[in-house]
Design a binder for this molecule. Structure first.
Ligand code: ADP
Ligand code: MG
Length: 471
């Protein structure tokens, strides 16, 4: 049975891959794209003559072996490539170089070869994964996000030029995902022909793992290498995943070299990313990294008003004011409150007043925060810090034990704000309120002065939040 060109080429690559290091493989073989089979001849597209010459010089033996084992003794490989000095797109003549297993190479002309319909060059049939509701228009600008928004607008108009990569970082709920998707959406309006992908680092990793499992890493790479704009959300997720980092490193280099735009988000500044290879972090510094911070009162107000208009909701000014004054950190929460408020008033027929707003805010934060007990937090932290829970409850002042105690108290205070200091003390064998206060302060101070401690606490908090969400 004759196999199709893609399968043949993938099988050849599969064989070749093992006898080369990843970098050489990426450099010399990934740029080749299978076009078609003509009898026992496989035709691949090569970006230029230089690459083909080097390829033949260095890899003819393994190529020949691969081609023969896939197609048979008569198997041949032809390269078709584009001469970039052509001035007219259509009166274009491209040479084809034939590589015989006997090592002879000849060049024959091919007419009617239109580079604009070649796979890999044409617009791919892909789903960009963009949510059309995220736009620049409905992203309210304030001093907390001005630079990020403006850089985004610039990129959408002129990708790959000024800020490459663009990295947006900051805490959850501050608009990173909204903004990078707005870049994608706006860019596609200006350049509908461009191949744009939005994905999360988690999804990217999963896809890569699947491709390894299914022996389809070539397809994976080819797909991503063919993009014009790559948007990856939450790259902190790549921490510790060295295989995915490796593939991403090559992808990054490839796209960047071709002037393709890369946009990334992260929950922290690039230099604070943990367990991400230095060479990758260094690349991140090539472009612009900018943070999103919590919105000030006026921006919160403008966001709430815009969200209400969007949803066709009207809230009394006093209530808007009340919400803005009471919820400072995160815009997702702000949205959640408005929705709960409307639900309460319409479903339960309650009057939309400050009292209801107060209640909703209280319930909302309670729902997010109160579903875990102090005991559970303590257990969780002890597990994370790998220390004995009884020691933490006791009086030991040993470094790791005392640290776990401080961190547990800190999180209990943070997540269970309805508990008094004395009540928290009860979880720790009846410690008095000043001891508890001391622990909270100790964590606050150390987070301000010790970056690695800060990172540790943040890491734990993320896991803790996940744990709470799961409950
Ligand atoms: P992040 O990715 O930083 O966690 P998101 O982009 O998911 O945050 O934003 C959370 C919610 O807040 C989204 O619904 C988003 O539309 C909204 N949001 C954030 N910032 C703004 C803003 N400046 N203007 C309007 N909506 C915003
Ligand atoms: Mg996000």
């Amino acid at each position: 049975m004759v196999q199709d060109h893609v399968t043949v080429w993938n099988n050849v690559l599969e064989q070749i891959k093992n006898s080369l290091n990843v970098e050489d493989f990426m450099r010399w073989f990934i740029p080749l794209k299978p076009l078609r089979m003509e009898g026992s001849v496989l035709i691949v597209e090569a970006p230029n003559e230089f690459l083909v010459e080097r390829l033949e010089e260095n890899y003819i033996d393994i190529l020949r072996k691969g081609i023969r084992s896939e197609i048979g003794e008569k198997g041949q490989l032809k390269y078709q490539y584009i001469k970039t000095n052509s001035t007219s797109k259509n009166s274009f003549q491209s040479p084809v170089r034939i590589s015989h297993p006997s090592r002879n190479t000849t060049t024959i002309p091919v007419s009617a070869y239109n580079p604009f319909v070649m796979p890999g060059l044409k617009k791919m049939d892909i789903d960009s994964n963009l949510n059309p509701n995220y736009t620049f228009d409905n992203f309210i600008e304030g001093s907390c996000n001005r630079l990020a928004r403006q850089a985004g607008i610039q990129i959408a108009k002129d990708p790959g030029k000024n800020f490459n990569p663009l990295i947006l970082y900051g805490n959850v709920g501050l608009g990173k995902t909204h903004l990078v998707q707005a870049i994608g959406n706006s860019l596609l309006k200006y350049f509908p022909e461009k191949n744009v992908i939005y994905t999360s680092a988690e999804k990217f990793t999963q896809q890569f793992i699947n491709s390894v499992k299914d022996n389809r890493t070539n397809e994976f790479s080819q797909f991503y290498h063919g993009l014009d704009v790559l948007i990856i959300d939450d790259i902190q997720f790549l921490a510790g995943k060295s295989g995915t980092q490796e593939i991403f490193f090559h992808l990054f280099n490839h796209l960047h070299q071709q002037g393709k735009q890369i946009v990334l988000t992260s929950d922290r500044a690039p230099h604070e990313l943990k367990d991400i290879e230095d060479r990758l972090v260094n690349r991140f510094k090539w472009g612009l990294s900018t943070d999103l911070t919590s919105p000030d009162y006026e921006t919160r107000m403008a966001i709430i008003i815009a969200k209400m208009e969007e949803k066709g909701i009207k809230l009394p000014e006093r209530i808007i004011d009340f919400i803005c004054l009471n919820l400072k950190s995160n815009i997702r929460e702000l949205e959640g409150i408005i929705i709960s408020l409307i639900a309460q008033s319409s479903i339960n027929n309650r009057k939309l007043d400050i009292e209801l707003a107060q209640e909703v805010i209280k319930n909302y934060t309670a729902k997010v925060n109160h579903e875990i007990s102090p005991e559970e937090i303590l257990e969780f932290i002890c597990r994370e810090c790998n220390v004995n829970i009884d020691a933490v409850r006791g009086k030991s002042r040993k470094g790791p034990v005392a640290q776990a105690r401080h961190i547990s108290i800190y999180f209990i205070r943070k997540h269970l704000s309805n508990l008094t200091l004395k009540e928290i003390g009860e979880t720790f064998g009846g410690k008095d309120h000043s001891t508890i206060l001391h622990s909270i302060k100790a964590v606050d101070i150390q987070m301000e002065t010790d970056k690695s401690f800060l990172a540790k606490v943040e890491e734990i908090e993320k896991k803790l939040n996940k744990n709470i969400k799961r409950k």
